[in-house]
Write a protein that binds this ligand. Sequence first.
Ligand SMILES: Cc1cc2nc3c(=O)[nH]c(=O)nc-3n(C[C@H](O)[C@H](O)[C@H](O)COP(=O)(O)OP(=O)(O)OC[C@H]3O[C@@H](n4cnc5c(N)ncnc54)[C@H](O)[C@@H]3O)c2cc1C
Length: 439
Amino acid sequence: MRWKETTYSGWGRAIKAHGEVARPEKVAALNAIMADAPAPAIGNRRSYGDTALNNGGQATDMTRLDRFLNFDFETGLLEAEAGATIGDILNTFGPKGWMPAVIPGTGFATLGGCIANDVHGKNHQIAGSFGQHVESILLVGAAGKPQRVSLKRNAPLFRATIGGLGQTGVILTARIRLAKCSGGTMAVQERRMADLDSFMDGFSESNAAYSVGWIDTTASGVNLGRGILEEANISTGEFSAPRKVRSIPFNAPGFLMSKPVIKLFNKLYMRRIPSDGRDRERPLNDFFFPLDRILNWNRLYGKHGFHQFQCVLPHDTARTKLTKLLEEISNSGLCSPLSVLKQLGAGRGGMMSFPMEGMTLAVDIANKRQAPALLARLNDIALSGKGRVYLAKDSSLDPAYLSGMNLELAHYRETVAKADPEAIFATSQSRRLNLRGDT
Ligand SMILES: Cc1cc2nc3c(=O)[nH]c(=O)nc-3n(C[C@H](O)[C@H](O)[C@H](O)COP(=O)(O)OP(=O)(O)OC[C@H]3O[C@@H](n4cnc5c(N)ncnc54)[C@H](O)[C@@H]3O)c2cc1C
């Protein structure tokens, strides 16, 4: 297998890694790697920080192992290689009446990445997390031999793999249960929310299958927490293929993400929606993957990149802690136009899974000098509200906070140590956070 020495990064481009990456196209080539020099798997690197990096070591890029192996049209059970993307699954099976039960905000996320981060979608309250729809996983561990794991066959290893950030081995294939897709479009209702209270009430009163909020993180005072709530249900329009993607060919200049520009952009974006709201029919791809049409939108943050902070707060602390988070972000001048508020249910598939019943806030933060201090304050506020920080997005968490995130950390560490005693699958993030508890 050819290893290529390269410098690469996660989606935020703020943290880089240098090392050898192999990109096997055939299972035989992957097997050769696993027998000879096993290395942690990476997908399409849509995680923002250092989750999918192995600085100074090797990594196995799984994106060419992307075949569909089996599909049962009666039950919706799909077996696919780990590099298959969520977008491919939606666009292949959607027109035939089936879709992924859980869809993250980018179609470029791979099946392996969605399992390893136990991702959530805009229907988390109803559908739970991605891992809850995984029937079984073919996992290649440190010994190089594939083994099938499921809730029935080695439940601890299965639950340490779902949301387990790649630490138990390489996911070669997985069997997932697709959900019925009753139409090719989404009926979307968009309404302006005047402030945080209205926003949170809007979420709790919503009966829609899918809901998500865009939040104006430049707003302050009486407007703090204002934004747009989108509620949607699958509708019966024709399924359409994704629209042509465009690319941003260069890093944008710094002023583009300056506070006055973003404030103005957010004000206009808010006004896009009439004061009495609007209803529209949207293609599934546009609704689920609104940012995917611009291929390298992460270049908008300039050459230094950006961080994403995402946390979830339980309902009892959400209002006060979200207020504090939004005040910090708005005062910092580092906010971005891409900020999301969502409600989550309790569903989670693994020991380290992110979801918790409550509200989740995700905010992009330009990688400027003041960013580390801001991120530290945001992490503090989230943890003081008994919340969790999403490791798929993280680049800054203090390792000491892991034990306060109400994860099944001890069980995870014990299972990972058994599966990979020599830490072959350790990554930049697992070392930074001492995820495995071995340092
Ligand atoms: C625009 C955008 C919107 C997003 N929206 C959401 C959202 O709504 N909800 C949400 O939950 N997330 C969301 N994300 C985050 C994204 O869905 C996750 O980070 C996802 O895991 C990325 O998948 P990937 O294939 O790029 O994995 P990578 O980022 O490459 O890797 C992620 C982790 O998976 C492990 N991994 C990857 N493949 C394998 C494998 N075959 N075997 C074992 N381990 C593996 C890696 O080691 C790493 O730990 C979003 C990201 C973007 C850029």
